[in-house]
Write a protein that binds this ligand. Structure first.
Ligand SMILES: Cc1cc2nc3c(=O)[nH]c(=O)nc-3n(C[C@H](O)[C@H](O)[C@H](O)COP(=O)(O)O)c2cc1C
Length: 339
């Protein structure tokens, strides 16, 4: 892959097909609300319809959240998000499967072997990102403390614990962050998506985004843009109306790789939260914008200064209805060198 590879709207992108069985759908809107990437439009017929925008035929990142949250089993997904060539190539095996802890050939349904699993395994397989938060049920501070405590006991390089937490339940502060972040995110998204909606790839955009992606390759992946589109259409609710947001900061001077330590710490908190019946969603969409000079005032308000830098946030709250569930996903490459 050369450095001049076009990093703007990859041509070899393929999306999964989402199939709604309208004979089972009860128009509850859960798929529509939970989709992180505006992958459904709500039709005049009062049903969800998979759709595309900005030149992409179908804005789906293949997270299967719509399948997990549907109480009626009305949605099925075929295929997944892949890019075959270029900077945003997905490098996946195109081998999508449900969990098979007892071997790849074991194709029994999850329910038939769930009892053989440990409690930790069950949470690992059924935890889904939650974007439907119960607005009437607050999270007690004792429970938030138990979640944070699970983070404190995570392993870290040299036991250096290079993290700090900011717990926000003040809606105004969350909105201020969303609004501040959306200003730069919206600007970039409008530049990225072609206004005609046909996905034209003008030369100047191909050059601009390719050069931009040398400095910030992850942000130029099409998937975050689909998330910004969704946030833009739901009143900037990047945090999905979560009652609590835990912002996790790294000590940039921490040993080795503080981002990795933060990730491990976060996952301890996420698993603990699910064991309390809470729903969680990692939210990184606002982080890059938050670290820009234009949000200096906001960072000051939250006492974020060197050596601290926000890495991600965990949205926390009680879910509305069933969120968790088993889904299929691709299988990464595994190489064994047996002795
Ligand atoms: C580091 C990280 C950042 C994420 N950022 C966001 C985000 O900004 N917004 C969002 O809705 N989901 C976000 N997610 C959730 C992912 O979309 C989700 O984990 C993925 O689609 C797999 O779905 P699952 O968590 O239900 O298994 C993030 C996840 C991770 C691990």
């Amino acid at each position: 892959m050369g450095i001049f590879t076009n990093a703007y709207m990859p041509k070899t992108i393929t999306f999964p097909r989402r199939i709604v069985d309208y004979s089972k759908c009860k128009s509850c809107r859960r798929c529509f609300d939970a989709c992180p990437s505006y992958g459904y439009v709500w039709g005049d017929d009062n049903y969800p319809h998979p759709h595309g925008y900005g030149g992409y035929p179908d804005a789906c990142i293949s997270c299967w959240n719509c399948v997990a949250v549907c109480p009626h089993g009305a949605i099925r997904v075929e295929g997944a998000y892949y890019v075959d060539r270029g900077r945003h190539k997905t490098y996946l095996r195109k081998n999508i499967s449900l969990p098979h802890p007892f071997g790849e050939k074991d194709r029994r349904p999850y329910e038939s072997y769930a009892k053989q699993l440990t409690e930790v395994e069950r949470v690992v397989y059924t935890r889904r990102s939650n974007r439907l938060f119960n607005q009437k049920k607050a999270v007690p501070e004792e429970t938030v403390n138990r979640v944070l405590e699970a983070g404190r006991f995570a392993p870290s390089a040299g036991n250096n614990q290079p993290y700090r937490f900011i717990v926000i339940s003040d809606k105004k502060i969350i909105q201020e962050l969303e609004h501040g972040a959306m200003r730069s995110l919206r600007l970039l998204k409008n530049l990225y998506f072609d206004k005609s909606g046909k996905g034209k790839r003008p030369l100047w955009k191909r050059i601009f985004f390719t050069v931009y992606s040398w400095f910030d390759p992850q942000s130029m992946d099409p998937r975050p843009f689909t998330a910004v589109e969704k946030a833009d259409r739901i009143d900037e609710k990047i945090y999905w109306d979560a009652p609590v947001v835990i912002m996790v900061l790294k000590n940039t001077l921490g040993i080795s790789n503080p981002d990795l330590d933060v990730g491990i710490c976060c996952q301890n908190m996420v698993l603990a939260a699910h064991s309390f019946g809470l729903g969680t969603c990692y939210i990184s969409l606002a982080i890059k914008s938050m670290n820009l000079p234009l949000m200096k005032g906001f960072r000051k308000k939250l006492s974020i200064a060197r050596p601290w830098k926000a890495v991600t946030c965990i949205a926390l709250g009680y879910p509305v209805g069933k969120i968790d569930g088993v889904i299929a996903r691709d299988t990464p490459q595994v190489d064994w060198f047996r002795g």
